[in-house]
Design a protein around this ligand. Structure first.
Ligand code: HEM
Length: 388
């Protein structure tokens, strides 16, 4: 009864405000169209409801907008992170990192990622029920850590994945440094991650950066550029400091893990619920699996044989999944490659049934993700084209 009375009271207070707000916004839309500025509850808000206007702002052709995250995020991901650096620094760091996402690098990554997916999927057979988001987060985390730092030890990866989770959770929290707050726990997790990264950097420097046993990962490329005694002119201007390297390794793990895992999860859910689309997709993917030699991993060229899976239809009012303009996602090609590889292995290895059709989303850190995690029941298909 008490709950009812208070919710009735709340409703009677909030409802008029809500009706006023909707009426106010509708009035503005009729008067000004898709893009307008207005004052609501004492704050200036800009409403943008078409993809075109969003592009205009993000492209920033008129130089009127800059995008930066709130200050407390910088304490968590680092002041040198792409997400928080000043526009000038952002340009410099972005140019340097963009060089690493070359086609030749993506070609190496595709095979690495395929190995990870094949190994993960081989463990599904006896599990029966799989929560796709959980599995995808594990796979994408491992892919990011291998690509960035060649980290592969399971015990280290498990500890680090937990820490990165705490870092992500702290990003939008109130910046209160008390031991029980999420913000504080995020700061501690950042410290541990940075400690591990520093150890890695100093071990590589002690052995000598040119040593042949060093992996060709992002960290190595960035350190080589920084420590190159001959780097002068354009090269010197391109190199990053230790702090910039470390903050941006952390940033790339955060930027690449959840986003891609979430996209994979939605893909599995919608395919599981759309048999016709799934059938067309299977018809496209099966010949590729059949023609691949046994024990072979996918190559970048193989992804060109997937026109249906790669189809990227942009509908009016669709959101800009990878952003636009000077801050467009740096990992766009990598993310697409990961989705295609995962899709190929999944549809040629398993049949699945979505066990929870609830599409509710929950806010998690900077991202929104499916609440249920998308539990599915998997059954292995055709033995003769099973992956290596
Ligand atoms: C499906 C997966 C992904 C989606 C939907 C996605 C989406 C986005 C979006 C919307 C932005 C922000 C653009 C803005 O600030 O306006 C962004 C930025 C970024 N993404 Fe992705 N991303 C994905 C995967 C990846 C991957 C795999 C990486 C690899 C490391 C990555 C690296 C980055 C980086 C470094 C930025 C910051 C760019 C900058 O500020 O200049 N992303 N991404």
């Amino acid at each position: 009864m008490a709950l009812n009375a208070s919710s009735n009271f709340l409703l009677s207070c909030l409802l008029p405000a809500l009706i006023w707000l909707i009426f106010h916004i509708l009035k503005k839309i009729i008067r000004y169209g898709n893009c307008f500025k207005t004052n609501i509850f004492g704050e200036t808000h800009v409403f943008v409801s078409s993809t075109e206007s969003a592009k205009l702002i993000l492209n920033n052709d008129l130089g009127r907008f800059t995008k930066r995250y709130i200050r407390s995020i910088a304490e968590i991901v680092g002041h040198q992170s792409l997400l928080c650096a000043s526009p000038q620094q952002h340009k410099h760091i972005r140019n340097r990192l963009a060089n690493l996402f070359s086609t030749s690098f993506i070609a190496v990554f595709v095979e690495q990622f395929d190995q990870l997916v094949v190994s993960a999927l081989s463990r599904w057979e006896h599990k029966g029920t799989i929560v796709i988001l959980e599995e995808a987060l594990k796979i994408t985390f491992r892919a990011m850590c291998k690509m960035l730092m060649s980290l592969e030890r399971e015990d280290e990866l498990d500890v680090m994945q937990k820490d990165i989770g705490l870092v992500c959770e702290a990003m939008l929290r109130f910046p209160l440094r008390l031991p029980w707050t999420r913000f504080y726990k995020g700061l501690q997790a950042r410290k541990r991650f940075m400690g591990a990264l520093e150890k890695m950097v100093s071990e590589r420097r002690t052995r000598g950066l040119e040593a042949h046993d060093h992996p060709h990962d992002f960290l190595q490329h960035l350190l080589l550029m920084e420590d190159d005694p001959n780097s002068c002119g354009a090269n010197a201007a391109l190199s990053l400091s230790d702090a910039q390297i470390k903050d941006n390794i952390l940033t790339m793990i955060i930027a690449g893990q959840d986003t891609t895992a979430s996209a994979i999860t939605w893909m599995v859910k919608y395919l599981g619920e759309n048999q016709e689309v799934l059938d067309v997709l299977k018809a496209e993917q099966r010949p590729l699996a059949e023609k691949s030699p046994p024990n072979a991993f996918l190559k970048l060229e193989d992804l060109n044989d997937m026109p249906y899976a790669s189809k990227d239809e942009s509908k009016p009012y669709s959101f800009l999944a990878f952003g636009q303009g000077g801050r467009t996602c740096l990992g766009i090609n990598l993310a697409r490659a990961m989705m295609l590889v995962f899709l190929h292995r999944l549809v040629t290895t398993y049949k699945w049934k979505v066990l929870d059709s609830d599409s509710s989303v929950e806010k998690w850190a900077l991202f929104a993700r499916i609440k249920s995690g998308c539990p599915v029941h998997v059954t292995k298909i055709r033995e003769d084209i099973t992956p290596p």
